[in-house]
Design a protein around this ligand. Structure first.
Ligand SMILES: Cc1cc2nc3c(=O)[nH]c(=O)nc-3n(C[C@H](O)[C@H](O)[C@H](O)COP(=O)(O)O)c2cc1C
Length: 365
């Protein structure tokens, strides 16, 4: 009987199961490694001065277990950017709209400095992030939205496995031409920045373009049967993001966790209101206000984040029940209670094995 076990990419990266987890939480990454999955730590939201320390701490706790790092490197951002200058140039209609929202929702300013209140994405920021990742012990480097030829070349030169998140066959071809080792076919169902092609349609197209190079399926995956289905479509594993928000290791604010537990797939939508680029999030009163007919069109990246990043930080700091939102995929249907990464991994593996057995039985009948 076929059972869930390591595929070629798992053997290359030292994972026991073809379950790849993206998370901004070092605790999730450590728990995934302990449970036999492969954790990829997102650093796109970290303050530049904190990154080296975050990496050092996670590596100490992993004690040699493999992990990856993910960077989000969109093209078209300024060379250098100071959040004060970007804020000073924001259109007054947008400033007034957001001021009215703060008043309507009684949303106070955040007290803690964060990436969203102090940084704007720029080439200078990305270069600092890239140097930190190259100096790390991470065995894999993943990049999303944009792809940087020099990062791929330098990462490969120091023996790191390179992974690129792609949302279309055209993106995949570009990444493959740069020599990336593996692709994540991330469909529109995914939480976070996403393109228009659904996961079920995207994965076979990327598998075809990849011509033997490993592909991971991402977007909307929250059950073990979907992990098995990913393998059936020719992927070498599944890459999940939203599911881990329910794990205690993610330290999700209680009101957000409750929203995710109550949300169904159709409570997520793609909006530019979070970052300026299309991003799937779970709805809240804040997101709905940006969908309303009186709302201005969100500004491009990085202006939209300079406009509303403080509000995003504030709703997380104060755990605002009505307003709090986060990037989340249609996979939110699979979140129904607070849990742990170990329990989630055990469930995914058991469900995948059940699905494989059911398939075998169905074919034998
Ligand atoms: C809260 C959250 C933040 C994310 N941030 C990033 C990011 O910084 N970089 C990235 O490559 N992907 C990011 N993603 C997307 C994930 O890598 C992954 O492709 C996606 O979560 C898969 O779909 P799912 O959410 O339905 O599991 C994020 C996803 C979530 C839920």
């Amino acid at each position: 009987m076929v059972r869930l076990g390591p595929t070629a990419i798992c053997r290359a990266l030292g994972a026991r199961y073809p379950v790849f987890g993206f998370s901004h939480s070092p605790d999730v990454i450590v728990a995934l490694a302990e449970a036999g999955g492969f954790g990829v730590l997102g650093l796109a939201r970290e303050m530049p001065d904190d990154i080296a320390q975050i990496i050092a701490r996670v590596e100490k706790r992993l004690a040699g277990k493999p992990y990856g790092i993910d960077l989000m490197l969109p093209a078209g951002v300024p060379q250098h950017a100071d959040i004060g200058n970007v804020r000073a140039a924001l259109p007054s209609a947008h400033i007034e709209f957001v001021a009215a929202l703060r008043e309507r929702f009684a949303l106070a300013a955040p007290t803690r400095p964060s990436f969203f209140t102090t940084q704007v994405r720029s080439e200078a920021l990305f270069n600092a992030q890239i140097e930190a990742v190259l100096a790390s012990k991470a065995c894999a480097v993943a990049t999303a939205i944009g792809i940087r030829p020099e990062l791929i070349a330098r990462a490969k030169a120091v023996g790191k496995y390179t992974i690129s998140l792609v949302g279309s066959p055209r993106h995949a071809q570009k990444a493959l031409a740069l020599g990336v080792d593996a692709l994540v076919a991330q469909g529109a169902d995914a939480g976070g920045h996403t393109g228009p092609i659904g996961t079920f349609s995207l994965v076979p197209q990327i598998v075809a373009v990849a011509a033997g190079r490993p592909v991971l399926a991402a977007g909307g995956i929250g059950t073990g049967a979907q992990v098995a289905a990913s393998l059936a479509m020719g992927a070498q594993g599944a890459w999940l993001g939203t599911l881990w928000l329910a794990a205690k290791e993610n330290h999700t604010p209680p009101a957000l966790l409750q929203r995710l537990i109550e949300a169904n797939s159709d409570d997520t939508l793609v909006t530019r209101a979070h970052s300026g680029k299309p991003c799937r999030v779970v709805r809240s009163a804040w997101i709905d206000a940006w969908q309303a007919s009186d709302a201005p069109a969100p500004l491009p990246m990085p202006q939209q984040q300079a406009l509303t990043g403080g509000d995003f930080s504030a709703m997380h700091e104060y755990d605002c029940a009505d307003l709090i939102y986060e990037a989340a995929g249609q996979s939110v249907f699979a979140i129904d209670a607070p849990t742990t990464v170990a329990a989630q991994m055990a469930t995914l593996i058991a469900e995948a094995n059940e699905a494989l057995a059911a398939l075998e039985a169905a074919m034998a009948d």
